[in-house]
Design a protein around this ligand. Sequence first.
Ligand code: ACO
Length: 274
Amino acid sequence: MAEAQARQRGGHTEDVSAERLAESGLRFEVDGEIATITLDRPDKRNAQTFATWSALAGIGDSLPEQVRVVVVKGEGPSFSAGIDLRMFTPEGVPGQGSFSSVARSGDTDFEHNIRKAQAGFLWLRRPEIVSIAAVHGHAIGAGFQLALSCDLRIVADDVTFCMKEPALGLVPDLTGTKPLVELVGLAKAVDICLTARMVHAEEALRIGLAEQVVARDDLDRAVRDKAAELLSTNRDAAAATKRLLQGARARTLEEQSVAEGLEQAVRIKALFGG
Ligand code: ACO
């Protein structure tokens, strides 16, 4: 096991000591090529704050280079009940303000804060890693979006997804709308978001939101098995293939064919170039 420490990459410094992470409601463990992020405020159903998102970004910035698989899971009865509802009160979250204080800030500050929060979610798509959300119980709002930030979702049969934001007068802004549309299609995404309805395990599997549904007690094992399968392929080829797959939707067939050839040239040189 290794513990991430404060480190600087790309000009951004974030304290990701175990103590700081615990204050932000997270645990982070690295075991060889697998890193596990655990949302760890079970008594509050792993509600998330700005500190949680900042700490997530810090983990992304300081991720050890050997890591190839990142698992995101939740402690206790729920994966995550979404944003900490204290943000909606005048008092807010101690030390982190409230939406009232956010609303009073200038537009530039507001956009800056949202971008900072989104940074905690965006890095989970990096080509060098495969991220797996192990989702059980509730994944509501920001919890749903965190699960959507991961490449794969393996879920327990007790799972309930809910995009609650529109019911609260908000939009989902933690990078979840694009993966949702790409996974389930525009019509189903409109249905799920604009009704803020519950999506349970059977439907999640059927519409492509979940890759696999297992019994609650089997979730950890299923995630471990998937991680082992993912680690069985060549590291550099896996990253190059993920880059290709991620870019496929935005390219024409011709452009994608060219991109395949370019990536393959790098692979062939690496494997047989002497
Ligand atoms: N923020 C802060 N505290 C929360 C949150 C939250 N999002 N969700 C639950 N808690 C707290 C409860 O206040 C309660 O605290 P207490 O024991 O001090 O009273 C504790 O967690 C347990 O909550 P219960 O409601 O008793 O747990 P239960 O398992 O019955 O229900 C559920 C879980 C369904 C997740 C429910 O707590 C819930 O609906 N939470 C709010 C969900 C929500 O609206 N999130 C915002 C989405 S929008 C967004 O994320 C941007």
